[in-house]
Design a protein around this ligand. Structure first.
Ligand code: 9MR
Length: 453
């Protein structure tokens, strides 16, 4: 009877522990129950929204795979479905990563956002550098769409059919497609996609169209005119590659005006970048920004949901494209949820477990001889982070520092006060910083306890 009320995990823990009491079983069960917040995908689903992430196929194992599968109900291949990925050589296709991501999504009961069919960037060299007549371009585009959308028919719920068609001033971007086919390439692409999979939702996707501005107004006018002409268009994607503290004030209004045209709106590539290093004030601002984006989407029925462009800072395009910037996603490099993650939870109506992490300092003597010694202090953080640190201790047996590296220390009597050097003030969540020193001793060399401040 007791075993029928005990979870398999608790029973396993009991077996591993050998002889256990009922009290130990109860304790183990309690620990398991409060270990995790409700996943984002469940909170989002309860609000009728998608919560997605861009993913890299090769990383979908271990912790990365666990989080991608458990927390999100939509996946977008970050690069795997782009033309250069699927047809690097003309007529020779490579679907391996795209297939892998679609299979992963199906195994985890997730929807896929196909990204992207017709774009000016990440095209294979043979296509980008070829010289094509309009008729050839038209055939290339139609065939590509028929092949890729057809391959995933019934398995990809929405496609970013056309990506980034506009300049900042709202004029059409001069691309391979626009230059060869005129603005009609957009309607042609949408029509071809509809023919290849009538059930897939078809989107135009762009960046810097989150607020009301010249570019988003051009997109608005395009969608309006496509609707009037009966061209198949189901939604617009607002990429939302945002800068810390700069969520457009008109985001919700802009989402609403597209919804009022009779199309869905998705936030498709959300990230919010900051100048590095991150600190607690920036992370708090970022959390507020994520919450504002979530709230804008939640406020409009036709906003289908939010996809983040990578869920971990270790899988973000920002640091390589904007040197000195980063920390743009909801999880840090070591997969620890950041304040932004908890802000998403709260926006979706969940409650988030406050961070229980801490930073600790450990003093050790690494070598010692008749009159001297070398020591170090290692500051480590887990579930927390430091931006600027101080470490202090009191020597118990007359020891004196003679030299220090990787910190600035002063000693007054027995009291030692150290602070970070200019280059090692940041101790990231899951990371550590070590500084070292030489000292003199006589009689004994006891290890002091270090206070971190
Ligand atoms: O995340 C993608 C990155 O790995 C690529 O190097 C980059 C090349 O342009 O494209 C990134 O994704 C882009 C997306 O496909 C379209 N919107 C902008 C994204 C960031 O560049």
């Amino acid at each position: 009877m007791r075993s029928s009320r005990t979870s398999p995990r608790v029973r396993l823990a009991a077996l591993l522990a050998g002889a256990v009491t009922v009290g130990a079983l109860v304790t183990a069960g309690t620990t398991t129950a409060h270990a995790a917040d409700t996943p984002l995908r469940d909170l989002a689903a309860a609000r009728g929204k998608a919560m997605g992430t861009a993913v890299t196929g090769s990383k979908l194992t271990g912790t990365y795979g666990d989080i991608a599968g458990a927390q999100f109900n939509w996946l977008t291949p970050g690069n795997a479905m782009k033309w250069e990925s699927v047809e690097p050589t003309r007529g020779s296709h490579n679907w391996a990563e795209a297939d892998q991501i679609v299979a992963f999504a199906e195994a985890h009961d997730q929807d896929v956002r196909g990204h992207t069919l017709v774009w000016h960037s990440q095209n294979p060299g043979w296509l980008a550098n070829g010289s094509w007549t309009p008729a050839q371009l038209s055939t290339l585009m139609n065939d590509h769409i028929a092949l890729e959308v057809g391959r995933y028919k019934g398995r990809v719920a929405a496609w970013d059919v056309v990506n980034e068609p506009f300049n900042e001033d709202g004029t059409y971007r001069q691309t391979l497609w626009y230059n060869g086919l005129g603005s009609g390439y957009i309607a042609q692409a949408l029509t071809a996609a509809r023919a290849a999979d009538p059930a897939a939702k078809l989107y135009i996707n762009d960046y810097n169209v989150e607020g009301v501005n010249a570019k988003s107004t051009a997109l608005y006018n395009l969608v309006k005119s496509l609707k009037e002409q009966g061209v198949p268009i189901d939604g617009v994607g607002l990429q939302a590659h945002l800068i810390l503290g700069q969520v457009p004030a008109t985001l919700q209004q802009n989402i609403q005006r597209f919804a009022d045209l009779g199309v869905d709106v998705a936030i498709t590539e959300l990230d919010i970048r900051m100048n590095l290093p991150a600190d607690s004030a920036k992370l708090a601002q970022q959390a507020a920004d994520y919450k504002a984006v979530m709230n804008a989407c939640l406020a409009v029925t036709r906003c289908t949901g939010v996809t983040v462009w990578g869920f971990t800072d270790s899988d973000s395009w920002i640091p390589s494209t904007f040197p000195g910037q980063g920390a743009a996603t909801p999880y840090d490099d070591n997969y620890a949820p950041k304040p932004a993650y908890r802000a998403i939870v709260e926006a979706l109506g969940g409650t988030s477990t406050p961070p229980t992490g801490a930073c600790t300092a450990v003093y050790s003597v690494t070598s010692q001889w008749n009159t001297g010694f070398t020591g170090q202090v290692k500051i480590s953080c887990a579930g927390a982070a430091l931006s600027g640190w101080k470490a202090g201790w009191t020597f118990g047996a007359g020891q004196k520092l003679t030299s220090v590296w990787n910190a600035n220390c002063t000693q007054t009597g027995a009291t030692v006060s150290c602070a970070n050097a200019s280059y090692n003030g940041t101790v990231p969540d899951g990371g550590s910083v070590t500084f070292g020193f030489n000292g003199s001793w006589s009689g004994s060399n006891p290890v002091p306890s270090v206070t971190l401040g």
